[in-house]
Write a new protein. Structure first.
Length: 161
């Protein structure tokens, strides 16, 4: 009997939808705490926080995905993600509405993101999985945290001003 490769994903909610990230990329989960804003950054960069002596940028995923920013509540958390991108170890926190569950997924259950045309960026999407009564969008942590992409978006934002 052939075994399917499995992986674990931390699922979380954002604007009423469910998303997931590879649990091996999750460094920790913290309750919401105010962050220090930074000047001249895109609206989705909430600021930075001190994580045991390490300055960590905080990304508001609602803003990053074009959703309306929401007030932080008791369930709002910061998921601290770590990923090796090229030669760099990149660490950043993402603000989400709440953490849902840890999912055990067979790789065969993960479907490719749909092609939505050139105007809609699906580069952050690793894949999608359908579970009983819900669909989970699996995010590509490397694409989400890529410093080159972030720098390009900052430059584009300045060019539009």
């Amino acid at each position: 009997m052939e075994q399917q490769a499995t992986g674990q994903y931390l699922s979380f909610s954002l604007g009423g939808e469910e998303y997931g990230v590879d649990i091996l990329k999750v460094r920790e989960i913290k309750g919401w705490e105010p962050v220090r804003p930074l000047p001249d950054t895109p609206p989705y960069i909430r600021g930075v926080m001190d994580l045991r002596g390490l300055v960590v940028p905080i990304i508001d995923l609602r803003s990053r995905f074009g959703l309306e920013r929401a007030d932080c509540t008791a369930t709002t958390v910061i998921i601290v993600l770590a990923s090796r991108i090229g030669e760099r170890q990149v660490i950043a926190g993402v603000v989400v509405d709440s953490v849902s569950d840890v999912l055990d997924l067979d790789s065969s259950a993960i479907r490719s993101a749909p092609d939505l045309g050139a105007e809609i960026d699906v580069g952050y999407i690793h894949g999608m999985v359908t579970l009983p009564e819900r669909m989970v969008v699996l995010l590509d942590v490397e694409a989400l945290l890529d410093p080159a992409t972030l720098a390009m978006e900052v430059a584009e934002g300045r060019a539009r001003q």
